[in-house]
Design a protein around this ligand. Sequence first.
Ligand code: ADP
Ligand code: MG
Length: 267
Amino acid sequence: MGKVLAVVNQKGGVGKTTTAINLSAALALEGLKTLLIDCDPQANSTGGYGIPRDEQQLSTYDILVGEAGIADAIQPTEIETLKLVPSSKNLIGANVELIEQEGRAHKLRNAIEKIRAEYDFIILDCPPALDLLTLNALVAADRLVVPMQAEYFALEGVSELMQTLERVKSGLNADLDIEGVLLTMYDDRTNLAQQVTENLREYFKDKLLKTTIPRNIRLAEAPSYGKPVMLYDPKSRGAEAYRDLGDEILARNNIESPKAKERKSAA
Ligand code: ADP
Ligand code: MG
């Protein structure tokens, strides 16, 4: 059964989409069957894989609000083991359109249930808000990946997210937990970054991931070529960091990837 990871932080610009794009690529390139579902009306994960943000094609909106089956919305990507459900601007309306509907927070979970067995990992890229779209992702997810920047007020920023996590755990999704907190755009040369990291480690303990993502221009450039950084510039520091993130998440879950098995038997 596929593990569902939601990439979530209600703050914009912290590296959610960059993480969703490149973590899904890292896992898929290790031979794991991966599905990226773009849950953000900005559709940056969709664009980042070179898929047009076209309101005519089936998208997350049609799955949440309409009658469309998720299987019909899944599109291929350049990576054979990676598929994507695109988003589009009209998804913003789902917040309002779903309000009156019964089971409004379970729409995404119910859709994913239908295809979950076909994937090893399902990654959800969330919008920068604790809205009904993010709530659908929290209800659908097994684990959260929380990208953060090492800023002075970092902890204050996540407290609202942690309260939401607790509320969801005590009601809609009791098994939800944090997979890991990921420091993005990280510069370990500054005292501030080191100090903030210490505070975050005290607070999150082993949930603070060992991998950190450096600021790397290749990560910012890759989406305009419609590629994850591993295909755009595989030798870049950004590519290396996101491969490390994939490896760390696999190790934490005791998963040996198909590629790791191949490497082992070749050695
Ligand atoms: P979010 O999805 O949380 O809003 P994004 O992933 O879109 O955040 O990142 C915000 C901006 O920062 C984007 O322009 C992205 O290309 C850039 N960015 C993200 N991570 C990095 C990084 N590690 N190095 C350099 N630029 C980054
Ligand atoms: Mg985003």
